[in-house]
Write a protein that binds this ligand. Structure first.
Ligand SMILES: [Cu+2]
Length: 205
């Protein structure tokens, strides 16, 4: 009696385990496949660009900003050398700083370093992308294709979602950045007149 019970139990355990092992194997396989695919997507460099966005521009505006996040999942540091965009005659990576009580922005002096495990955040009020000589208005709802040029990773495509003024305010609020003086900043030593970065203010020193 006891023997029969034990045998039955063993049999049912075997059945149970064989039933469970198959889907379990499938799950493990799927997880590994997922890891493999995401590793492929990251490429050799391990840089991942995300959350790209821009603010809509008015019809006559000649400049527009760009914001995004670059994460370095790789093992080696990399540097952001340049940015290119078809919709702009000139594109630069900008930094902002206080100068004589005025927020000014200018091209970064050195390529931005992204250490392994680090996150580079380009956002209003801080480091940002600047598109000048716009040949196309930034229209809310549209996507802007840009290319980021890295020292090691080379050229990586990125897209910026153009947000309406209202949505970009929300985005800034939600990102925990309360500075938000991207728009009020004057360009270079332009005296804080407005945010219309005319071409003169971009002459390189
Ligand atoms: Cu700028």
């Amino acid at each position: 009696m006891t023997l029969k019970l034990t045998q039955g139990c063993l049999r049912s355990m075997k059945q149970l385990s064989s039933h469970m092992i198959a889907p379990l194997c499938g799950l493990v396989f799927a997880v590994f496949l997922g890891l493999f695919i995401s590793a492929l997507a990251d490429g050799m460099n391990g840089l991942r660009i995300k959350d790209g966005w821009s603010r809509e521009t008015t019809a006559g505006a000649r400049v527009g900003g760009g914001y995004l996040t670059v994460m370095n999942h790789g093992q080696v540091p990399d540097r952001l050398l340049a940015v290119r965009a078809e919709h702009a005659g000139m594109s630069e990576v900008h930094t902002m700083a206080m100068q004589d009580d005025v927020m000014v922005m200018r091209p970064v002096e050195e390529p931005l370093l992204i250490e392994p495990g680090a996150i580079l955040e380009l956002r209003p009020g801080g480091l940002h992308l600047m598109f000048m000589q716009l040949n196309q208005q930034h229209v809310a709802g549209e996507m802007l294709d840009i290319v980021l040029v890295f020292e090691r990773a080379g050229e990586l495509d990125a897209t910026l979602e153009v947000l309406s003024m209202r949505d970009s305010m929300d985005r800034m609020r939600n990102s925990g950045d309360h500075m938000g003086h991207g728009d009020q900043a004057s360009h270079d030593k332009n005296g804080g007149a407005n945010d219309d970065h005319n071409d003169e203010s971009h002459s390189h020193k």
